[in-house]
Design a protein around this ligand. Structure first.
Ligand code: SF4
Length: 233
């Protein structure tokens, strides 16, 4: 793989004041880079002003990130609606890696808000907590991958999010096979719901298992015209 001279791409721009053009150039340069290199760049660039957000479907991104930055802050948003298996996975992963974990808990919501108005529920519960978690950060790592859904097919590896922060998707180019291979090779903890057909795991009321061949994210908000919670805007 050809090495990329980041200095030639970034010139003399002082970080973290990366322009959108800088980020687009970086993103393009990382298309063939392994996730460890992308994470390493983000760690070097942003230091402790970098967080990792985890859904706890699996711990692949965490396993890769702690090799670059053992003390990286890992954010998990406890919506109050998670499956018990997901909460168990949080604890297993925390113990396995000795994580610097920040769990964002949510004040009790109106009981049926998710049913009456899932957009408002996601916005208040998930996006609001992520905004809080990232308030003192410059950048964050996400496990988003292009093959997860058609709506993610063009996801960049590095870009600016709606908050103005730098969002880094080190696994953007990875296929399901890449993920499964990494899990097997590195004995990475996974959410047991994966074995029950939940290929994309979110809150219990809004997640169902999917059949073989179905879009993994079709089990999220099934039957609704909603495909994302807003975390990745
Ligand atoms: S996924 Fe469902 S329960 Fe979770 S925050 Fe969104 S609407 Fe609410």
């Amino acid at each position: 793989m050809a090495s990329v001279d980041l200095r030639s791409i970034l010139g003399t721009v002082s970080r973290p004041d990366l322009s959108d053009d800088d980020l687009a150039a970086l993103s393009a340069s990382f298309e063939t880079a392994p996730p460890s290199r992308i994470i390493g760049w983000a760690v070097e660039e942003f230091g402790t002003r970098l967080s990792l957000t985890a859904s706890m479907t699996d711990a692949v991104l965490i396993d890769l990130a702690v090799k670059e930055a053992p003390g990286i802050e890992v954010v998990f948003i406890d919506t109050g609606y998670h499956f018990p298996e997901t909460l168990d996975t949080v604890e297993r992963v925390r113990r396995r890696y000795g994580l610097n974990m920040r769990i964002m808990t949510v004040a009790t919501q109106e009981p049926a808000l998710w049913e009456a108005d899932p957009e408002t529920c996601c916005s208040a519960v998930k996006v609001g907590q992520l905004d809080r978690a990232l308030a003192d950060k410059d950048a964050w790592l996400s496990g988003l991958r292009r093959t997860e859904a058609p709506t993610r097919a063009l996801a960049p590896i590095v870009a600016r999010d709606l908050r103005g922060l730098v969002k880094v998707n080190p696994l953007a180019t990875w296929t399901d096979l890449d993920v499964r291979g990494y899990i097997a090779d590195h004995d990475v903890p996974t959410n047991p719901l994966l074995e029950q057909g939940y290929l994309s795991i979110g809150c219990m009321p809004c997640t169902r298992p999917v059949a073989d061949g179905e879009d993994p994210r079709s089990g999220r908000w099934a039957g609704l015209d909603k495909t994302e919670c807003g975390l990745h805007d």
